[in-house]
Design a protein around this ligand. Structure first.
Ligand code: KG4
Ligand code: ZN
Length: 355
């Protein structure tokens, strides 16, 4: 089974082909990606209209590249058995580009179409070209748009244990980086600055929220802003964009390290609690923030089994994870989507069996 996966939910246009035989390990045959990071850098965050327009320019060449690189046949499409596409969650305009492309190709090339939940897709980055994690599987999914703790009993059979009640953790990294004048995307910038700082330099609060496995990051973000205002000798009315220039390098590094420690501890505490309650066979971390080495080391040191994570380029958004989950959909025979009617769902939730 070879599946072409298309991803365009935010600011990366991805297309990839993954091959999977029943009982084997999913194998990546091609993985094409166009990142818009350099375009959005100028604005300090993703501008939805620009993202959608950039996807339009990138999507056809990217799909063509992925399909060609995966095959030696004279008609490379003859090797593709199905198409999988992210239809939610994400930015509306961005999702439309990938979804309409996939729908059109499914009709033209006469291939079954599978609608993929982006957040669920992140978990499947961990299945590619390595021994697939075993069920029951506890997944911490942490990215720019999502922070969720999910218990998978099997493919497509899972329970959402908890999620953020406000900002996603990656969003908090991005916002704090902006306050500190560090470049977009903020996660890698904070992680880099933190290596030069003292994680115990400042006391920042760890939020307490209702629900054993829910997270919150907006209080930590505001506390970090107040700390920077205080260090700069300003009051709470002073605008965040004026602060970076008033802090010296060592203060910026210490704030980055102290913020990162608490943000990561917040998700690690809940993951460890879920591990103790549910005793899963595997623990995986997924999503852009799974590339964070502080997360990897804090979690590894507090669990009794090794954690599993994908290479950094498969943690952030990509087409490979969508193809991989698409392979399981195709092999396990779930219902394909109707290419004439599949609609995007920008606010798509993790659907539990009960919902
Ligand atoms: O999964 P992703 O590419 O897109 C979403 O689905 O949101 O994740 C992007 C997020 C951004 O917020 C980025 O700052 C964060 O992942 N990120 C990191 C690191 N690398 C990317 N956060 C912390 N540490 C990193 N090394
Ligand atoms: Zn993502």
């Amino acid at each position: 089974m070879r599946v072409l996966g298309i991803e365009s939910s935010c600011d990366e246009t991805g297309a990839a082909v993954v091959e999977l035989e029943m009982g084997a390990t999913p194998h990546l045959l091609s993985n094409a990606l166009v990142s818009q990071i350099d375009i959005h850098k100028e604005y300090g965050g993703v501008v939805p209209e620009i993202a959608a327009r950039s996807h339009i320019e990138a999507v056809i060449p990217i799909v063509d590249k992925a399909v060609r690189e995966a095959s030696t046949a004279s008609d490379p499409w003859s090797d593709i058995d199905a198409i999988a596409v992210t239809y939610g969650a994400g930015l509306g305009g961005s999702l439309l580009v990938g979804t309409l492309t996939a729908r059109t190709l499914a009709i033209l090339k006469k291939k079954p179409l599978y609608a993929i939940n982006h957040v669920e897709g992140h978990v499947y980055a961990n299945f590619i070209d390595s021994k697939p994690p075993e069920f029951p599987l506890l997944a911490l999914i942490v990215s720019g748009g999502h922070s969720q703790l999910v218990l998978f009993r099997d493919h497509f059979d899972y329970t959402l244990l908890g999620k953020t009640v406000d900002d996603a953790i990656g969003e908090a990294f991005d916002k704090v980086a902006k306050i500190l004048g560090l470049p977009y995307p903020g996660g890698p910038s904070i992680a880099k600055a933190a290596t030069l700082g003292n994680p115990d330099a400042y006391h920042l609060p760890k939020s307490k929220v209702e629900g054993a496995y829910n997270f919150s990051f907006s209080g930590l973000k505001t506390a970090t802003l107040r700390l920077c205002q205080e260090l700069a000798g300003k009051d709470f009315t002073f605008p965040s964009f004026g602060l970076a220039g008033l802090l010296n390098a060592s203060q910026r590094h210490d704030v980055a390290a102290s913020f990162q420690r608490i943000a990561i501890e917040t998700v690690v505490d809940k993951t460890v609690a879920a591990f103790n309650e549910f005793s899963p066979t595997s623990v995986v971390i997924a999503g852009g923030v799974a590339a964070n080495s502080e997360l990897r080391s804090q979690l590894s040191s507090r669990l009794t089994i090794p954690i599993e994570y994908a290479p950094a380029e498969l943690c952030t958004d990509n087409g490979a994870m969508i193809s991989c989950l698409g392979c399981y959909h195709a092999l396990l025979d779930t219902n394909p989507a109707d290419p004439y009617t599949l609609a995007i769902e920008p606010n798509l939730k993790m659907k539990t069996l009960q919902s």
